[in-house]
Design a protein around this ligand. Structure first.
Ligand SMILES: Nc1ncnc2c1ncn2[C@@H]1O[C@H](COP(=O)(O)OP(=O)(O)O)[C@@H](O)[C@H]1O
Ligand SMILES: [Mg+2]
Length: 310
């Protein structure tokens, strides 16, 4: 759905995009991750046909951004990082406005706007002024707006930025729903963990260069990160003694202790965890709980962006 080839873009002397290529397939949810100033918005503006690259090319839905902008704009939904100001409009009027801008026949507008209000959980706010919405609602309204013409491809620039934890969860639920609807989605973020469970693939960009593209599992592998397991001890076992039982094992990279908890980093590619329990139990250690650690995307990201991994 998206093929970018060797995109380069300068703002004056600043090289904002440096020979960037990426592909996003049908139904893929692609997380575009990088720190502020990395070039995410620039890339997305080029794909949305709002800006031309200095060199390189891109196709969206099989059409060239440089020559087929109007056709592409009907097939994509682009949500910019800032929504702009629409004073004195209610939520409903705002969406009606975009429905007419997309030349949706008047008779269909009501049901389409109702549909996107429902999907983005804004039905109750339909008569509220856009200006007074919370940040979370404003972002959901931004998503509602790009769904009006039922695009195949969504380009969402930092949809979860500035949201409180609750609003972030609501946004994540909404984006997951859009993924299930089969849309191809490119969404950017400078916060990695925001995207971990949502995306089937990620691209990591820094200083205009794509450092990595692939699945999250591939990112872990490339960063040579193995699984991490936490074990809580019971029965007054000395954590240092418990650590010494498993430290020598070739499958274990590192063991650290904190109170009654052991944190164990396994070597990359090691899938098995049961040997940890067997060894500890054999040594008379009582185990309260064993938990695999949540996705360690931040660690993978740091390693991939430190330039230490090629
Ligand atoms: N219109 C512009 N004029 C000059 N510099 C810009 C402009 N837009 C972006 N930049 C610069 O280009 C770089 C990439 O910006 P951007 O694509 O917005 O990154 P991101 O979205 O990843 O934060 C940054 O250094 C930014 O300051
Ligand atoms: Mg940006």
């Amino acid at each position: 759905m998206i093929e970018a080839r060797n995109l380069t873009k300068r703002y004056g002397k600043l090289l904002a995009l440096d020979d960037l290529s990426l592909d996003i397939g049908p139904g893929e949810v692609f997380g575009f991750i990088g720190p502020n100033g990395a070039g995410k918005s620039t890339t997305m503006r080029i794909l949305a046909c709002l800006m031309r690259p200095d060199s390189g090319t891109a196709k969206v839905c099989g059409r060239f951004v440089e020559s087929e902008g109007p056709a592409i704009r009907r097939l994509i939904g682009y949500m910019p990082d800032f929504l702009g100001v629409y004073e004195d409009l209610t939520v409903d009027e705002y969406l009606q406005f975009f429905a007419s801008a997309f030349q949706i026949p008047r008779k269909q507008r009501r049901s389409i706007v109702d549909g996107v209000l429902e999907l983005t959980d804004l039905t109750e706010k339909r008569r509220s002024p856009v200006e007074g919405l919370s940040r979370g609602m404003t972002q959901r309204l931004g998503v509602a707006r790009v769904l009006i013409h039922d695009p195949k491809v969504l380009l969402l620039d930092e949809p979860a930025s500035g949201l409180d934890p609750r609003a972030r969860i609501e946004m994540r639920t909404l984006l997951a729903e859009l993924g299930r609807m089969g849309k191809s989605i490119m969404l950017s973020s400078h916060i990695l963990s925001e995207l971990a469970e949502l995306c089937n693939s990620i691209g990591i960009i820094e200083r205009g260069k794509l450092l990595f593209a692939g699945t999250i599992e591939e990112a872990y592998r490339k960063a040579a990160l193995g699984d991490r397991v936490r074990i809580t001890l019971e029965g007054g076992t000395d954590p240092a003694v418990a650590a010494s039982v498993i430290e020598g094992d070739g499958r274990v990279l590192r063991v650290s202790t904190n109170g009654t908890t052991l944190t164990i980093d396994l070597a990359p590619e090691v899938q098995e965890r049961h040997f940890l329990i067997e060894k500890l139990v054999a040594a008379g250690v009582r185990i309260g709980a064993l938990r695999p650690e949540e996705a360690r995307l931040e660690d993978a990201f740091l390693r991939l962006t430190k330039g230490s991994v090629q």
